[in-house]
Write a protein that binds this ligand. Structure first.
Ligand SMILES: NC(=O)c1ccc[n+]([C@@H]2O[C@H](COP(=O)([O-])OP(=O)(O)OC[C@H]3O[C@@H](n4cnc5c(N)ncnc54)[C@H](OP(=O)(O)O)[C@@H]3O)[C@@H](O)[C@H]2O)c1
Length: 266
């Protein structure tokens, strides 16, 4: 186990009200950590607080709104040392190319890239304060493996997660000198309210509890890249190594097949 998680620490988790974030919150609280849990909905945050009285603080807010983040930043500063931030809040909006709308692209980018970058701004002073006390500190960014292959309708989501991963890797280079580590989490399909909207086959779909176990195992080992399930992510990596022309033909065929399936099911 890495030094950082060998004993209870204080962690800021965004997107804690649902899906992977809620399961992660439960897992972290079970392991004795202190949580500052963020989301826009109050009710699930209250439920989490009841699971571990005194160890879970609700910090309600929208991670795309500066005023909300200013309030959350104050909460973070009141709970120092904060040694880890798991920036997991995200959305997935699909494009219907027949009714092309740049709003779909914008929504994905605003929540997944801008919201996460604003969250970094809110938590960086706290992580730096921890480092100044000689404590280890880690920033964890929940991206996705979806952008490793050009899936149809995922223009906005894939672009946002590609940008987010680059953002995280670049930040890793810049923060290395300060000893703040950066981990990127790239899940495959996980059953959550976000993927419950999907009307296509999701290969190797796993539960949010399974995703939580894999993320926590990786974080406890101090890994910088966590991706799962491996059967899915290694397949995507291998497909990504093919010539672009071949990738394009496979992507178009897959998209056509999914559209036909949807038409048939109408
Ligand atoms: N499920 C998958 O298959 C999968 C695969 C790869 C990556 N991911 C990534 O994993 C993360 C969690 O996804 P999930 O599947 O667990 O989705 P989910 O169940 O829909 O949860 C999304 C979370 O993000 C929060 N959120 C969204 N917009 C927000 C905003 N503007 N401000 C604050 N919080 C916001 C939501 O909270 P409120 O609604 O309460 O604000 C909710 O807690 C996302 O970043 C997603 O892209 C998921």
């Amino acid at each position: 186990m890495s030094d950082l998680m060998s004993k209870p620490i204080t962690i800021w988790l965004t997107g804690a009200t649902s899906g992977i974030g809620y399961a992660l919150a439960e897992g972290l609280l079970k392991r004795g950590h202190h949580l500052i849990a963020t989301g826009r909905r109050e009710q699930p945050l209250q439920e989490l607080s009841k699971l571990a009285p005194g160890r879970c603080t609700a910090a309600i807010g929208d991670t795309t709104v500066n005023e909300d983040l200013a309030t959350i930043r104050t909460v973070l500063e009141q709970h120092q040392p904060v040694q880890m931030a798991i920036l997991n809040a995200g959305t997935c909006e699909y494009l219907d190319v027949a009714n092309y709308s740049s709003e779909v692209i914008e929504k994905n980018i605003v929540t997944n890239v801008i919201g996460t970058s604003k969250s970094v701004e809110a938590v960086l002073p706290s992580l730096r304060a921890a480092r100044n006390k000689g404590l280890p500190a880690r920033l964890v960014i929940v991206s996705s493996s979806a952008w490793w292959f050009p899936f149809g309708r995922a223009e906005g989501y894939g672009a946002s997660k590609a940008a987010l991963t680059y953002f995280a890797h670049s930040l890793r280079a810049d923060l290395a000198a300060e000893g703040i580590e950066v981990t990127v989490v790239s899940p495959g399909f996980v059953k959550t309210p976000l993927t419950d909207q999907n009307d296509f086959d999701m290969p190797f779909l796993i539960t949010a509890d399974d995703a939580t176990n894999r993320i926590l195992k990786g974080l406890e080992k101090g890994q910088h890249e966590i991706h799962f399930p491996k059967r899915f992510t290694w397949t995507l990596k291998m497909l990504g190594a093919l010539p672009q022309g071949l990738i394009d033909r496979m992507a178009a065929a897959m998209t056509r097949k999914n559209s036909e399936k949807q038409e048939d099911s109408k």
